[in-house]
Write a protein that binds this ligand. Structure first.
Ligand SMILES: Nc1ncnc2c1ncn2[C@@H]1O[C@H](COP(=O)(O)OP(=O)(O)OP(=O)(O)O)[C@@H](O)[C@H]1O
Ligand SMILES: [Mg+2]
Length: 336
């Protein structure tokens, strides 16, 4: 077995394949990267047992992990907690590490051979936040290896190129717009050149638009995920038109923020990589799932194209925006 594990703020995604059986399909599994602590009263335990929700009990606390953490949180009018915040292990979340181990065990299962390889995703260094990813990277290596695997980290955006750009000779600009951050890398024949992340993405769209219309981030996320047509705010329930208009404002702002930062970073990056005439730009991640995201992105890019430092042959969506990081990591693990 080889495994690719995408470590995300909202989801952990695992792609695996039985290498002894080349005909077998790639299996993809995902789990919500969240948990909820509740007091372990007998009535609560009975309810959890009856509803088949998996939980761990530690003293007088009960922890529910994964998707049920969200539904139970909604039921109790509480917020589920997340082990990750803006793409990296959350500093203020003291229970986070233990919960991650439970989530990782659930999604990776036990290794089938000694030192089975897992490639896991790490973000590039954020350019708009004073923090480094060294601790995050080391912590995940430790957690994954404590389950009996051999763990190797790989840049999240580079994994998208592995999964989507075989026909381009693994040369492309790739962007992953997730929940906590946007990762961008310039990849030349699988080698990563310019690479950076920004600490704004889906969560930032939710919280900024919530402030703008006096709502909550959770509610904005639900309006967003029910489907926002970026080219036509009127498409949808008239009662949430204002919310959709605000979401679109921040989508547009995010896209220009990404483009502007690529311009800046490209200038800083003095690599001598000789790029082909023009290269594709592949976009992935949950935030790119909004309706008409691609034409909206292309429309905004047109405004900045003249001063964009890289010749782009086409902008296209990744084949499987929620799972391509894990799929790309699996490809890298299989090449090991
Ligand atoms: N249909 C949709 N329209 C718009 N946004 C969506 C849709 N479905 C999911 N999202 C958003 O996508 C984000 C999750 O994407 P993804 O799973 O790629 O993130 P992640 O990999 O967990 O996070 P990160 O890479 O930032 O750490 C969330 O912000 C979610 O609200
Ligand atoms: Mg991601």
């Amino acid at each position: 077995m080889s495994k690719g594990l995408d470590v995300g703020t909202a989801f952990l995604v695992c792609a695996s394949k039985d290498i002894a059986n080349p005909e077998s399909d790639v299996a993809v599994k995902s789990v919500r990267d969240a948990f909820l602590d509740i007091e372990a009263e007998q009535s609560v335990i009975n309810m959890l047992k009856m509803s088949n929700v998996s939980y761990v009990q530690e003293g007088d606390q009960c922890y529910i992990v994964g998707e049920p953490a969200l539904s139970v949180a909604n039921l109790l009018k509480r917020e589920a907690r997340r082990p990750l915040s803006r793409g990296v292990i959350s500093a203020g979340e003291v229970d986070g590490e233990r919960m991650l181990l439970i989530l990782l065990k659930e999604i990776l299962g036990a290794p089938q051979v000694d030192e089975e390889h897992v490639y896991y995703s790490v973000p590039a260094q954020p350019i708009d936040r004073d923090m480094d990813i060294v601790y995050h990277e080391a912590m995940f290596k430790k957690l994954i290896e404590s389950l009996g695997y051999k763990a190797t980290s790989m840049n999240e955006a580079a994994a998208i190129v592995y999964a989507n750009c075989a026909e381009d000779g693994f040369t492309a600009l790739a962007t992953s717009a997730g929940a906590g951050m946007v990762n961008t890398s310039l990849v030349y024949q699988t080698m990563v050149g310019m690479s950076f992340s920004v600490s704004r993405s889906g969560d930032w769209i939710d919280s900024s638009s919530a402030k703008a219309v006096g709502s909550t981030a959770t509610r904005m996320m639900s309006v967003k995920e029910r489907g926002v047509d970026l080219l036509n705010p009127n498409d949808g329930d008239p009662k949430t038109l204002r919310e959709r208009e605000a979401l679109i404002v921040y989508y547009k702002n995010l896209i220009h923020y990404i483009i502007d930062n690529i311009k800046k970073e490209f200038k800083k990056d003095n690599s001598s990589i000789e790029l082909p005439e023009s290269i594709p730009w592949v976009i992935s991640g949950g935030t790119s799932l909004a309706k008409n995201f691609l034409p909206f992105f292309q429309q905004e890019f047109e405004k900045e194209k003249a001063s964009f430092p890289i010749n782009i042959s086409e902008i296209r969506m990744a084949k499987d925006p929620l799972n391509d990081v894990a799929r790309g990591l699996l490809i890298a693990a299989m090449n090991e």
